[in-house]
Design a protein around this ligand. Sequence first.
Ligand code: PEP
Ligand code: MG
Length: 324
Amino acid sequence: AQERYTSIRDKPAQSRDGITVSLQMNAGLMADLPSLPSSGADGVGLFRTELQFLVRNQMPKRTELAQTYSTVMDAAEGKRVVFRTLDIGSDKVLPYMAPQDEPNPALGWRAVRVALDKPGVMRMQLQALLRAAKGRPLTVMFPFIAQYDEYRAARAEMDKALEREHILGHAVPEKLEVGAMLETPSLAFAPQQFFEEVDFLSIGGNDLKQFFFAADRENERVRRRYDTLNVSFLTFLEGIVNRCVTTKTPLSFCGEDAGRPIEAVCMAAIGLRYLSMRPASIGPVKSLLRRVHLNEVRDVIIEARERGDQSVRPAVMDYLRTRD
Ligand code: PEP
Ligand code: MG
């Protein structure tokens, strides 16, 4: 099926009306890396680092992690890789950590909450990332930031790690970007200063949608109950886009929905310009993007909203049929 898309692999993800969207890939295993050149991705928009922690029965060592991250950067050949720091808890439990008996793990002690309360592992990981970069540009983002001070505290850990490397005489990245994942609705309403301070934001749509609709992403009964193209959710995403435009904050979307062509086209139509997805989705998403006028899709979305449609999907599907 992938062969169908090889003819557009080196073509830009550009709509008929000339809007270019950067398509990035999600990765997390060394086995994903060969997909980087073959998928046509512009970079790795989300590298999930927890897999290296999950596949072992003991905590990985800093030198091992640094070696892994360095191999990832080598494979990217200068393309940007966004390393997400350890995102554990909820659905991702480390075999060598005491299990938490939590009534609602998705709302519990997870991700950056664990990292800020017990910073040892995060410090080790940040040091491994800095060592792996060997002076090359480095991009790191923290998962599950729910309010401004969590970003500030996590960033302070990065600044400390950087300072330590400097004192030790190790090379420091020529450019360092530190971002946050927007996975809880609260962060969309953070103060303007947060949007100005953060180097970039990436919407973790899987978690964001789960919390927006209060529908467990792991529960088969409810996980598909609410459409991502529901007008409420799309309007919410558009609000985030608009805030980021005001503060010139680079914004991407890296949940599974970015890899669904109709969803991706709608996100591009409301202003998202960086979408990160599994490598196999890049061809199909690019193919559809190249067929549409994003300004027309935008009008279709606005009309559906004004009509009171629950989801813009039927209207967008009707529009797409006229493009065949
Ligand atoms: C997300 O929540 O959308 C995301 C990209 O992170 P994960 O799926 O790993 O929670
Ligand atoms: Mg998430």
